[in-house]
Design a protein around this ligand. Structure first.
Ligand code: FES
Ligand code: MG
Length: 572
């Protein structure tokens, strides 16, 4: 221990009444006095355990492993709960509450006596909300992810979340019985952990590791593998050292780290949600990052990982093939190898000895799994501030496409009419869904990969161009234009699209155009009225008033930046 006084001593090191108050009630848990004397860094374990967040339901055990490591290294672990967001249960969408959870995390860390933090993250939104909140305090911080589920098995075939969309279509067409559809539920989710494909949770775990916020292999060790707990134990040991070294988040999360994360995300075929969360994290850290950086730093990086939804395998298979370090090693000519990470080593040092054991799962730059990767950022009069598309999940023939708009004014309108036999739609049409953006839904749900009309599916067509201001699940696929900004609810041009308008999508040239004259758009704009969702109180009202657009990360405007770790006043 260096001479520097621990932050937690601002509480526990006090004399008289204040010290009594900060320590006495803690002792009702059986902690002896010496733990409060400033020799042991207090490590908060920020736990998103919840039975309503099944992907994180094993986090009590994981926290125990972290604690063993903290004790072993001479720290004092104190676990605390924060709001936990279960992607599969929360209505109207977990994204509506990401910023709320981040506020809980930020204030819980700042207000409490801790010197360093372990963030236990798993299901989609639990990673960005914890990282965002912790970033606005900036203590030494280390992320331990929960790990992916083991792939499911159904009728002799491996399955994961991405198959849900296919099963749902087969069920809709009558090709899968009710009984089988229910049987798939249990077959798919057979183990602890988060979604097995390269969905948003896996993407976030990879983001954490490529940013340098997680230990090597943190991303892909399966939740059910005992090495996940061993890693948690080691992370507990390491966070104590990080406090002693004063290695803070701001020492790790610089511009190089963000560029590395974007390059790795391209190579793994990560979720489009990555863009929104990384922009929000950069905003908290005060690092300049804009939506065009995602296209710029993805350029020239092919898809290396053969993982669903862009490929065939699962996130656990990445671990068996050598893990994220082995994949990152293929990018060693491109990455900033000198970027520092939580274990005190650089990315370059961390990947130096990595080996690939399965070229079927991890390709090389010379022999990638697919040339198409990354995220295409589109511009044009339909999306002046940008829109995104994931080329590796799209149909190549549709990447340059001109079609007539079939417009749904909101999600209810879509659900009511999509399977109507009278719907005027052909496979060449472009489905346009309005009012599913940050303010319009509200919360920007994962509905952008809307299911195709029944009568189109009946023709054996499996993909159409779809455009919205919403998001899509990281497990989704198709030629889907998402995150249109500005969104329709604030009067973006998306709001002005009418049935029969021609739209042209040109992904190679990164454009999305509504072929309607500016004059005509102006006259439509003059009669535009925004929808009134009737939220006049509470959190949702706060959300609608303060949320930023997709190209800005959908964070609250007032949460940008950091307030640091200092609290000046005492509690009594
Ligand atoms: Fe939790 Fe997919 S539902 S990760
Ligand atoms: Mg998801």
């Amino acid at each position: 221990m260096e001479d520097k006084k621990l932050r937690s001593q601002e509480w526990y090191g006090r004399k008289g009444k204040d010290g009594f108050i900060y320590r006495s009630w803690m002792k009702n848990q059986g902690f002896p006095h010496h733990l409060f004397e400033g020799e042991k860094p207090v490590i908060g374990i920020c736990n998103t355990y919840s039975e309503l967040t099944p992907c994180n339901a094993h986090f009590r055990e994981l926290a125990e492993a972290v604690k063993r490591g903290i004790w072993e290294a001479g720290g004092f672990p104190l676990e605390f709960p924060v709001m936990s967001l279960g992607e599969c249960s929360i209505k109207p969408t977990a994204m509506l509450f990401r910023n709320l959870a981040s506020m809980d995390v930020e204030e819980s860390i700042r207000a409490n006596p801790m010197d360093g933090v372990i963030l236990l993250c798993g299901c989609d939104k639990t990673t960005p909300s914890l990282v965002m909140g912790a970033a606005s305090v900036n203590l030494p911080t280390l992320v331990v992810s929960g790990g992916p589920m083991l792939a499911g098995w159904f009728k002799g075939k491996k399955i994961g979340t991405s198959d849900l969309w296919r099963f749902a279509e087969q069920y809709k067409k009558g090709e899968l019985s009710e009984e089988d559809f229910v049987a798939v539920e249990a077959a798919m989710s057979r183990s602890r952990g988060h979604c097995a494909p390269m969905g948003t949770a896996s993407t976030m775990a990879a983001m954490v590791e490529s940013l340098g916020l997680g230990m090597p292999d943190n991303a892909s060790i399966p939740a059910a593998d005992s090495r996940r707990k061993a890693l948690a134990h080691m992370a507990g040991m390491r966070i104590v050292e990080m406090v002693n070294e004063d290695l803070k988040m701001s020492d790790i999360l610089n511009r190089k780290a963000f560029e590395n994360a974007i390059m790795v995300n391209a190579a793994i075929g990560g979720s489009t949600n990555f863009i929104i969360h990384l922009l929000a994290i950069a905003g908290r850290m005060g690092v300049e990052l804009d939506i065009e950086d995602f296209d710029k730093f993805s350029a020239g990086i092919p898809l290396l990982a053969n993982i669903q939804p862009s490929g065939e395998h699962f996130f656990e298979d990445l671990f068996y093939a050598g893990g994220l370090p082995a994949l990152m090693k293929e990018l060693n000519q491109k990455l900033h190898l000198d970027a520092i990470t939580v274990n005190g080593k650089t990315i370059g040092e961390n990947i130096e000895k990595a080996e690939c054991f399965n070229r079927e799962v991890i390709g090389t730059l010379e022999k990638p799994f697919k040339q198409e990767s990354g995220i295409a950022v589109l511009k044009g009069n339909l999306c002046p501030n940008g829109a995104v598309l994931k080329p590796s999940a799209a149909t190549p023939a549709l990447l340059q496409h001109r079609g007539k708009a079939v417009v749904f004014k909101d999600i209810d309108d879509y659900k009511k009419r999509i399977d109507d036999p009278g719907l005027e739609v052909t496979p060449d049409s472009i489905l346009v869904l309005k009012n599913v953006g940050p303010k319009g839904y509200p919360g920007m749900p994962e509905v952008g990969n809307m299911a195709l009309p029944a009568k189109i599916l009946a023709q054996g067509v499996s993909d159409m161009v779809r455009i919205s201001d919403g998001r899509m699940s990281g497990t989704g696929f198709g030629t889907v234009v998402l995150h249109v900004s500005p969104e329709s609810a604030v009067g973006g041009n998306l709001a002005l699209v009418q049935n029969g308008d021609w739209i042209s999508l040109d992904v190679p040239n990164r454009t999305l155009m509504l072929e309607v004259s500016e004059e005509e758009l102006e006259s439509r704009r003059s009669v535009f009225t925004s929808i009134d969702l009737g939220y006049d109180r509470g959190y949702v009202n706060l959300f609608i008033q303060n949320v930023t657009q997709a190209h800005e990360g959908v964070d609250f405007d007032f949460l940008k930046g950091s307030s640091g770790p200092v609290v000046k006043r005492d509690s009594h």
